[in-house]
Design a protein around this ligand. Structure first.
Ligand SMILES: [Zn+2]
Ligand SMILES: [Zn+2]
Length: 245
């Protein structure tokens, strides 16, 4: 997921293929100001190594401003683990990269100098797992669940949000531990008073299932199923939601 607000271009998680999709959208890795990681599973972090390598080679001067990479408890250890495999190939100078480890259990509310606020709250998936809420000075807000099971902190992070992007890995009939379903995502959205729900992180079992119908069992607001390059403009409230590309 990409959040653009003011001068900030924030990537939230980076599974395989993220750099290609960024280019299709019209951005390069050098435009990014922040990366927020929900947890360390490969489907959320696998593009980090190629992104760091492509920042350093062939032209180490191509990044002209610092990239902040934030994540929950263990982020530094996770990066050290990648370094154990890739060494200097993924190490950037201090003026190009900063690691910001968030204490997952404490959660945190950060105000970034680029003019946006982030709230991070622990969710029920991995010990480091965080859900994030981003808001700008006008109050426009978006929340992203990351991977999680049904939990109260998820409703907190999505409270009154303009756009709630929630994982729904499996259909209602095939619920697995550590993940949500459409009707559970709907329950969370309703409890939070979220103004719009988008279902994402869909496993193959979701193919051919009417996920929107399942979410509508528990949530009366607008619901969509996410797809790559789907984009929304938030201005206090959503002006429009449209698929591009
Ligand atoms: Zn996961
Ligand atoms: Zn995942």
């Amino acid at each position: 997921m990409l959040v653009e607000t003011g001068k900030a271009k924030i990537l939230v998680d980076l599974g395989p293929g993220t750099m290609h999709r960024l280019l299709e959208y019209g951005l390069t890795i050098f435009d990014l100001t922040h990366i927020f990681i929900t947890h360390f599973h490969p489907d959320h972090t696998a593009e980090l190594v190629p992104l760091l390598f492509a920042t350093k080679y062939p032209d180490g001067a191509a990044r002209t401003h610092r990239l902040t990479i934030a994540g929950g408890t263990g982020l530094k250890r996770f990066y050290q683990g990648l370094q154990a495999a890739y060494g200097q190939w993924i190490v950037l100078p201090e003026e190009q990269m900063a690691l910001q480890e968030i204490d997952t259990l404490a959660g945190e509310a950060l105000t970034c100098v680029e003019g946006f606020n982030v709230t991070a709250r622990p969710v029920d998936h991995r010990p480091e797992s965080l859900a994030y809420r981003f808001s700008d000075s006008t109050g426009s807000s978006v929340a992203y669940s990351g991977d999680t099971d049904d939990c109260e902190t998820l409703a907190q992070v999505a409270r009154g949000v303009d756009l709630f992007i929630c994982e729904s890995a499996m259909p209602d009939a095939l619920k697995v531990p550590g993940h949500m379903t459409p009707s559970l995502a709907g329950t969370m959205a309703a409890r939070a008073g979220a103004k719009r729900l988008v279902l994402t992180h869909l496993y193959p079992e979701c193919d051919g299932v009417d996920l929107v119908k399942q979410a509508r069992r528990t949530y009366k607001g607008p619901v969509m199923v996410a797809e790559d390059l789907l984009s929304f403009v938030l201005e206090g409230a959503i002006r429009n939601g449209r698929a591009q590309g």
